[in-house]
Design a protein around this ligand. Structure first.
Ligand SMILES: NC(=O)c1ccc[n+]([C@@H]2O[C@H](COP(=O)([O-])OP(=O)(O)OC[C@H]3O[C@@H](n4cnc5c(N)ncnc54)[C@H](O)[C@@H]3O)[C@@H](O)[C@H]2O)c1
Ligand SMILES: O=C(O)C(=O)C[C@@H](O)[C@H](O)[C@H](O)COP(=O)(O)O
Ligand SMILES: [Zn+2]
Length: 377
């Protein structure tokens, strides 16, 4: 008998976390192969797939068919798309869908979508039955290079981003790169900001490679897969070294203290600002602030801004449509950041391209006057 053997993933990255280690498979065709990859790793044969209204019409049916072919019985729930879905309002139906389908601890919850669906579904998986198995099938660039890896899950609060959540690692990540062609150019650019972030943290050669090869990454093909694999490996290395952000994992927050404050200030309105755009503006601000503190050359901030502008990302607060609250209000969101210790601000600052570091006890007065200077209104 001839069996139809589907191609293996083009690239594989392992996240080493002892008995909670898992694979990130990267390449085209992984949604079609999902049933086989999951059935070979997990005992459970019942799953709940959570997705959103943009992803469902394109990729839900192929995923469900693949699961069925491997003897996995699955139910699905489709949620509205956008950042506002990362809320208590939508957490409740996700938890109820998982329980209603009698997903047991050895079965699994599958997130099919971008970072919003991944963070929300991962949170639900982390709390239902005090922890259920969880599989990430990231469909946005941002989710493939960042949010599907590392186990940070959660929802937003009016007080700030991701303030309610748990660490809950997935059991498997299936990054089907074939789905990225249906992502809007704006969302592709937003995900690219997190790719650039890995270069700016500690990989100057990767940043240079991106400056030279970004058009090829945007066009698709081997350069795109290479950028995704390098990003996943970078994140896997950090997560393996500091899973719960007691130290160097905070580097992955480069640009996020400013970016998260801007997301909260725009009330998580995806029409005005999406996460990756906030990170792009935040990374430029982090480099400019480092220059202002005489830690880095202003030329580095200019170089970072030039690259992000070249790909079409916003780089300044003034690029956000509509008016922003005053700098004092942005400082309130910054004061709620999870890196704050004893009321003191922690920022990821830099000594140059690829030389980021965690700075504790950054003076709030300096940050406020910097934000007042950069504020567009
Ligand atoms: N947990 C983490 O470590 C981590 C890391 C980075 C970001 N995040 C979070 O991730 C979220 C942002 O993720 P995102 O940028 O993926 O946003 P998203 O989930 O809103 O997805 C972006 C948009 O693209 C659509 N989409 C997704 N895949 C598609 C596809 N293949 N074809 C067509 N449309 C598609 C979605 O429906 C949505 O409208 C933020 O909430 C951010 O805080 C979490
Ligand atoms: O995985 C991490 O650690 C990150 O910081 C990755 C970030 O890109 C991501 O946006 C994360 O959700 C931010 O974490 P938070 O703890 O500041 O909410
Ligand atoms: Zn991020």
């Amino acid at each position: 008998m001839t069996s139809h053997v589907m191609p293996a993933a083009e690239r594989k990255v392992r996240v080493n976390l002892g008995d909670r280690s898992y694979d990130i498979l990267i390449g085209p065709g992984l949604i079609a192969a999902a049933g086989r990859e999951i059935a070979s790793r997990l005992k459970g044969r019942k799953m709940a797939v959570i997705t959103d209204e943009n992803v469902a019409p394109r990729y839900l049916e192929p995923l469900m068919a693949s699961l069925e072919q491997s003897g996995i019985d699955a139910v699905s729930l489709v949620l509205p798309a956008g950042e506002k879905t990362k809320s208590f309002e939508h957490l409740i139906p996700v938890c109820e869908a998982i329980l209603g389908a009698r997903i047991e601890r050895n079965d699994a919850v599958i997130a099919l979508g971008g970072g919003v669906i991944g963070d929300l579904t991962g949170f639900a998986a982390g709390i239902v039955r005090r922890g259920s198995r969880f599989i990430q099938v990231p469909t946005s660039l941002l989710a493939q290079v960042d949010s599907s890896v590392g186990g940070k899950t959660g929802i937003n609060s009016p007080h700030g981003k991701n303030l309610i959540g748990v660490f809950h690692q997935p059991d498997l990540v299936l990054a089907d790169t074939g789905v990225l062609d249906t992502l809007s150019p704006r969302e592709f650019r937003a995900g690219y900001a997190e790719v650039v972030k890995y270069g700016l943290i500690d990989k100057p050669a990767f940043f240079e490679w991106l400056e030279r090869n970004w058009q090829a990454v945007f066009a698709g093909g081997p350069a795109r897969i290479e950028a995704i694999a390098v990003s996943c490996q970078a994140k896997a290395d950090v997560v393996a070294a500091d899973e719960r952000e007691n130290g160097m994992r905070a580097l992955l927050n480069l640009g996020h203290t400013f970016g998260h404050a801007l997301e909260a200030a725009t009330e998580y309105d995806s029409k005005r600002l999406v996460h990756g755009e906030g990170v792009a503006i935040g990374m430029v601000l982090a480099h400019a602030f480092s220059a202002r503190m005489n830690l880095a050359s202003p030329d580095d901030a200019k170089r970072v801004e030039a690259h992000l502008q070249a790909v079409g990302l916003p780089t300044r607060m003034g690029d956000i449509p509509g008016s922003l609250p005053p700098a004092e209000r942005l400082m309130e969101a910054i004061a709620q950041d999870k890196k704050v210790k004893g009321g003191k601000l922690t920022f990821i600052l830099t000594r140059g391209i690829g030389q980021s570091f965690v700075a504790d006890d950054v003076p709030a007065s300096e940050v406020l006057s910097f934000l007042e200077e950069k504020h567009p209104q």
